[in-house]
Design a protein around this ligand. Structure first.
Ligand code: PAF
Length: 286
């Protein structure tokens, strides 16, 4: 492999040695977990990390346990050389790129499951997904022991699952969410956007447009059930299918909202649907 433009470690022991040296020098450490094939959204997390800590570690690991057998683990885009150049340009200090054997040695038998916030939406559409996410993030956090770990709000349900897991396991880390980075037409950046054909790419911003329209409708008092049905219909007309969900939920715990007015910041609208090979997800505050 060609030389990396930033230091790279591939073992837990070498990651810990690097972090320990920084700690001994009194430095704070941020972790930005990723599955690679980075885009401007990931780099915004690294930059945010640099405002929170002296050192930023980015991890790059396409985690097999968060993909169901029918999903895109093998096809998931990978380009470590490009990722490491991008990370260096964002002032990242260390790339942690372990192997599958390092993360899941033979005999691994522990899974972290988070009930409640893991259950609806992606938890229904991808029943094994969040256990894989919670398990790998728990491992990354205990391996690197950062002061703060940063996750994008595009995967808002994932952010809540990770927050709950870190609290419940008493992990001494602050979990920070960062705003979604979007294309000028509103499409949320995602490594999976490379799966879109040019036609699908032109349809994809309809997801964010439908969420914004739903937010506006809720703001003027349209009922949640009507807003959700309209959102589903808009996405179906735009060519999405299947649509996994278009739902308004409590922004803190993802429960359904009771009847009555929605307070500012109380709710969030979530949508996921497929356009060809790409499964797109997005969310919008109310
Ligand atoms: O959001 C992602 O890229 C992944 O789910 C994460 C948090 C890196 C865990 O594999």
């Amino acid at each position: 492999m060609p030389e990396s433009p930033l230091p790279v470690v591939r073992t837990i022991a070498s990651l810990r040695a690097a972090v320990q040296a920084w700690r001994e020098a009194g430095e704070r450490v941020a972790l930005v977990p990723t599955m690679g094939f980075l885009h401007a959204g990931h780099l915004s997390l690294v930059r945010l990390g640099k405002t929170q800590a002296h050192r930023v570690v980015a991890s790059l690991f396409v985690n097999p346990t968060q993909f169901a057998p029918s999903e895109d683990f093998d096809a998931y885009p990978r380009d470590e050389a490009r990722d490491s150049e991008l990370l260096a340009s964002a002032d990242c200090d260390l790339l942690y790129a372990p192997t599958v054997a390092e993360m899941y040695p033979d005999g691994s038998a522990t899974t972290v499951t988070v009930s409640g916030v893991s259950a609806p939406m992606d938890g229904q559409a991808r029943p094994t997904h969040f256990a894989g996410v919670a398990t790998i993030v728990a491992k990354l956090l205990t391996q690197s022991q950062p002061d703060v770990a940063i996750f994008g709000e595009k995967d808002y349900q994932q952010l809540l699952v990770i927050r709950r897991m870190a609290r419940d396991l008493d992990l001494p880390v602050e979990i920070l969410g960062a705003p979604t980075v979007r294309e000028p037409d509103g499409l949320a950046l995602s490594s999976r956007n490379v799966y879109l054909t040019p036609d699908q790419r032109s349809m994809a911003p309809r997801l964010n447009q439908a969420l914004r329209a739903a937010g506006e409708a809720l703001r003027v008092g349209v009922a949640v059930s009507v807003v959700e049905a309209r959102g589903q219909a808009t996405l179906a007309e735009a060519g999405f299918g299947p649509i996994d969900y278009f739902e308004v939920r409590n922004a803190e715990n993802l429960t359904r909202l009771g009847p009555g007015p929605i307070g500012a910041g109380q709710a969030r609208i979530f949508a996921a649907g497929r356009l060809g090979k790409a499964r797109l997800i997005d969310n919008w505050p109310v």
